[in-house]
Design a protein around this ligand. Structure first.
Ligand SMILES: [Mn+2]
Length: 355
């Protein structure tokens, strides 16, 4: 971190602690100083933290208050401390000011920018999280049966995440059958799968604290023309983004590739969310690929490409890969070609709609 108008940074957010330390805890705080990193944590974590972090040169202090922060500040003569206002509560900041007497400045943008550019190690973790998610998804396809509930399908998937080395899900899996798929963030429930319904699965897992994010829309039974046309539109929007997103483009320009394409096919008003979001220790982070996305996409940024169309009361389609920019170009972490999966009478077929 470059220190501008502050001399120390205080990191309190759980995911940001994970990012700066490479160590997970539900408590504690991190002090970033020009001469190194300090982690202050209670007795539940201190011995594990020392073992994991001291070999990396991170100092670990047993503590439950801000005394170590005050000591560090007086050691280097710091009066101004940077903190992320985006995840600091009003009461928390108030307490900090009174307790320490320091001045606090917002460093949310600097942190988001730093976290957006991934190291090779971070990319390898996200890649692994994507590989596990994709493998689990391919494995559950033969288990899909008429009458199965959304939750049952979610369970089959999530069990395999852990089986293949993930620590858990990166967010609550969204499994939506039929008209439930028209709600982009449907809450997975007890709906039973019927013939003639689409199956939308939006899921991801966590590997060494890093997220994957993937969505596939399949069909159970025989899809009609309306579904096939819409699927092809979303798939071509996805592929156009994969081919068109390059280093130096803004999030707005990336989103516009999909938006313009869907608009030209008459689906503009059914694409009701943004194209994508950054992915890291958080499932949603900087940069946004949206009509408001002013951020510039850069080498080693990781993000989702997830165009979708939603027809209220009928069905919804979303196709999502996690990807990153390398050598100036878009590189997906998923290997699947996204040809439509049709499950009919216990048989799985892949329908190539173009090329
Ligand atoms: Mn996503």
């Amino acid at each position: 971190m470059k220190f501008k108008n502050y001399q120390l940074a205080l990191i309190t957010d759980e995911k940001q602690r994970q990012y700066f330390l490479g160590f997970h805890s539900t408590a504690g705080y991190v002090i970033l100083a020009p001469d190194g990193i300090t982690f202050v944590v209670d007795s539940r974590y201190v011995s594990a933290a020392r073992k994991a972090l001291e070999p990396k040169g991170i100092k670990v202090i047993l503590g439950v208050d801000y005394a170590p922060l005050k000591a560090k500040a007086s050691e280097i003569g710091a009066k101004t401390v940077g903190i992320d206002f985006g995840n600091t509560t009003v009461s928390g900041l108030d307490y900090l000011k009174k307790d320490t007497g320091f001045e606090f400045v917002d460093i949310s943008n600097e942190i988001a920018m730093k976290m957006a550019i991934k190291t090779p190690e971070e990319i390898s973790y996200i890649k692994k999280a994507c590989q596990i998610a994709e493998k689990a998804w391919l494995e559950v396809l033969p288990l899909i049966r008429e009458g199965m509930t959304e939750r049952e399908l979610a369970n089959e998937l999530e069990y395999r995440f852990k089986k293949y080395g993930a620590s858990g899900t990166s967010f609550d899996s969204i499994i939506a059958f039929g008209k439930n798929a028209a709600v982009p963030h449907h809450e997975t429930g007890n709906a039973k799968l019927k013939k003639g319904q689409c199956i939308l699965m939006d899921f991801g897992c966590l590997y060494k604290g890093y997220c994957s994010d993937m969505t596939r829309t399949m069909f159970f039974g025989e899809p009609d023309e309306k579904f096939l046309k819409a699927y092809l539109a979303v798939l071509t929007a996805h592929v156009k983004c994969a081919e068109g997103i390059v280093n130096g483009m803004t999030g707005y320009e990336a989103d516009k590739i999909a938006r313009d394409h869907l608009q030209s096919l008459g689906y503009g008003k059914y694409f009701t969310h943004s194209l994508g979001h950054g992915i890291g220790v958080n499932i949603h982070e900087f940069p946004g690929l949206s009509p408001k996305g002013q951020a510039v996409l850069k080498e080693n940024m990781v993000f989702s490409n997830e165009p979708g169309v939603y027809f209220d009361g009928k069905f919804g389609i979303r196709i999502e890969d996690s990807a990153y920019i390398s050598d100036g170009k878009y590189r997906p972490f998923m290997k699947d070609d996204k040809s439509l999966v049709i499950i009919n009478d216990g048989k799985i077929t892949r329908k190539k709609l173009f090329r």
